[in-house]
Design a protein around this ligand. Sequence first.
Ligand SMILES: Nc1nc2c(c(=O)[nH]1)N[C@H]1C(S)=C(S)[C@@H](COP(=O)(O)OP(=O)(O)OC[C@H]3O[C@@H](n4cnc5c(=O)[nH]c(N)nc54)[C@H](O)[C@@H]3O)O[C@H]1N2
Ligand SMILES: Nc1nc2c(c(=O)[nH]1)N[C@H]1C(S)=C(S)[C@@H](COP(=O)(O)OP(=O)(O)OC[C@H]3O[C@@H](n4cnc5c(=O)[nH]c(N)nc54)[C@H](O)[C@@H]3O)O[C@H]1N2
Ligand SMILES: [Mo]
Length: 764
Amino acid sequence: MAKKQPFEKASKAAGGWGALKSVGRQLVGSGKPVAGAKTMLKANQPDGFDCPGCAWGDPEHGSSFEFCENGVKAVAWEATRARVTPDFFAKHSVQELRCWSDHDLEHQGRLTHPMRYDADSDRYVAVGWEDAFAGIADRLNAIEDPGQAEFYTSGRASNEAAFLYQTFVRLYGTNNFPDCSNMCHEASGVALTESIGIGKGTVQLEDFEKADTIFVVGQNPGTNHPRMLADLRKATERGARVVVFNTLKEKGLQRFADPQNKLEMIRGGSKATSTDYFRPRLGGDMAIFRGMAKVVFAAEDAAQAAGDAPVLDHAFIAEHSQGFEDYRAVVEATDWAQIEDQSGLSRTQIEEAAGFYLEADSVVATWAMGITQHRHSVPMIREIVNFMLLRGNIGRPGAGLCPVRGHSNVQGDRTVGINEKAPKPLIDAMEKELGVPMPREPGHNVLQAIGAMLSGEARAFIALGGNFARATPDSQLIDQAMRNLDLTVNIATKLNHSHLMPGAHSYILPCLGRTEIDRNSKGVRQIVTVEDSMSMVHGSGGINLPASKELKSEVQIIAGIAKATVGDAVVDWDALGDDNDKIRELIERVLPAFENYNEAVRKPRGFHLFNSAAVRQWNTPTGRANFSVADLPKETEWQQAKGDDQTYILQTFRSHDQYNTTVYGMDDRYRGVYGERNVVFMHRDDIALIGAEAGDRVDVLGCFEDGVDRTAADFRLVPYDIPRGCVAGYYPELNVLVPHQHYGDKSFTPSSKSVRVNFRLRAK
Ligand SMILES: Nc1nc2c(c(=O)[nH]1)N[C@H]1C(S)=C(S)[C@@H](COP(=O)(O)OP(=O)(O)OC[C@H]3O[C@@H](n4cnc5c(=O)[nH]c(N)nc54)[C@H](O)[C@@H]3O)O[C@H]1N2
Ligand SMILES: Nc1nc2c(c(=O)[nH]1)N[C@H]1C(S)=C(S)[C@@H](COP(=O)(O)OP(=O)(O)OC[C@H]3O[C@@H](n4cnc5c(=O)[nH]c(N)nc54)[C@H](O)[C@@H]3O)O[C@H]1N2
Ligand SMILES: [Mo]
């Protein structure tokens, strides 16, 4: 097949035949199409595994073939036949592998043996499990202050693995839990806790069937939560409004052809996934919600003057909220000129959008990284909550808040204790259960861990999954900092760049993936549990044979490290590591919400974790839902940059062919880019303004002034329908440009959706 040109036209709708073709390619490419297809039949089924693709909820009628194109990619990627064996490591030095691309490293297949870094040969060599555990324990115990070790978690880890890990780490003596959530939905957790007393969304999947209006803000479900498209499409079909705010016109948020709908596939049809589409500037959403609140207040005044029914839910506001008058004052003090400039939308557009709120009895608001990865993300999310509170749109059917999570168990990991802030109720309960004191001082989040690595304070880094060095900002600085550590350990399924920045002592510990059968020493099959974006907790059991006989489950690996490091006087690690039911019993004793855990997760759809805000209980200091009263930022990054016509604000996002730092392929079908990832999407007039033409190559330069040279070399300019002054490109390639000092207030999340850059043309 001829290679497609970089700007070949993108497909008209998301999903459809393009998705099926891509699924076929992935299954064939995985080297075992039949097994792959069978594996997919078990994704998100009651007796199968939870799809590792995303954290969207599963429908009640769990018998449907619930999969999506990108779920297939995630599963096929794990179920590959390719293997990275000790032979592979004997052939390639770490120095050599460091020059490989993210795609090439993971494409080599599944890790098969525990490996230890040998500095003399600059190679990883096979090591026995017990030797690895002893070696790790030796280095961890050599560190005087446990606060000098960093324990990272990526959000694919199961509840059982995460709970055991936090037990071990806290017994070891620290709350240093940097985790992927710090770079992801942290702002949602912080903002929602302040506003409604719980850091999670309040809706369930059923609410999407009842909402009159759904606001979808700053997220790209066509790629990142494809199963959500089916729910949006159903909503538009029954006449609900789906109102999108997105800087780009994302294909999946316009039309979706359901690959599971035979008639539609034959007729080549597709259906709308949204009814209205607004395109703000980067970081402009707080201004939009502020503007919409102005419209709501104006409508309330008009209704009052005309003697009509009120627009606000006065009863709700009086009984359930706090700070309403102050909020109203701050909204009225915000002028339209600032709202329009910051958002990039006209007052008329904002009035139109607010109309969809006013006409709806019940409203759901969803959001993801387009909202959480800015400097002012926390006040921005609190503004969304303010707006929803005005008409009591939280805690009743068809209404509520839905931060759409990223990793398939990132929410669960936090629930069971991966939290550097050491929540008091959890620590109290852990101490009571184990009978020993646990550390209470807050530990490090991702940025603090980076700070400790850069300053040389940190001595050890352990990762339960993930690809820390590529997912974090300033990748080139992290690289050196990791190599200065005394100990680095990666528990992983596939080889990635973080494994290639070994400290003086370094281990790669290969684990079972979620699709694989996990048997304990007595041959009993183990299941793990995960929590989705709607707080549903359900079981997940693998169905494929393990990629290698040497693999251990994450739980077994953690138990092994823990026993070697802290001994088994307090916790019987062997028993817990051998029986996930026992871990669940322990979780149940420590976290009351998990009552009857072992039984509940064996029911088809699992169980719903109690959500206080969803039943209008407000666990805030005021006992009410709190309106916030933050001013709009004086200037967003876009506003700062606009005076200077040579600088631009860059958002770093995902292509259709990747899972975070895992790059499946080089295409981004919905955006019409094929065969390459080094691209920058830019408005035609901006391309002309920097003296370039479409397709020209540039170096992208960071503008953060701290003396560090931040350059992403050799990117192609792709003309795109994007607001002037805003540009976009892919993570992780562009992480070299994201300064680690540029982060969200209170959330400490790198502001990877608002990075100031300029361009240097390369010779043609
Ligand atoms: N296939 C696949 N699925 C995934 C992932 C993956 O990489 N691949 N990653 C998982 C993870 S960990 C996460 S967190 C989620 C991520 O899910 P998303 O949040 O959808 O991820 P991004 O690709 O970063 O897309 C950000 C979207 O927000 C828009 N946006 C950016 N800035 C702004 C802004 O200021 N305002 C508005 N209104 N819009 C803006 C962008 O145009 C883009 O459409 O997906 C999860 N699911
Ligand atoms: N510039 C920029 N940076 C970003 C973002 C952005 O939008 N822009 N997004 C941020 C977000 S939202 C997130 S969540 C982070 C993601 O950060 P991470 O979660 O650290 O990164 P991933 O790419 O998801 O991790 C992939 C690796 O996980 C390992 N793995 C896969 N499955 C398993 C498993 O079952 N068990 C174990 N133990 N390991 C496994 C594999 O070795 C694989 O190489 O990146 C953040 N970084
Ligand atoms: Mo994420």
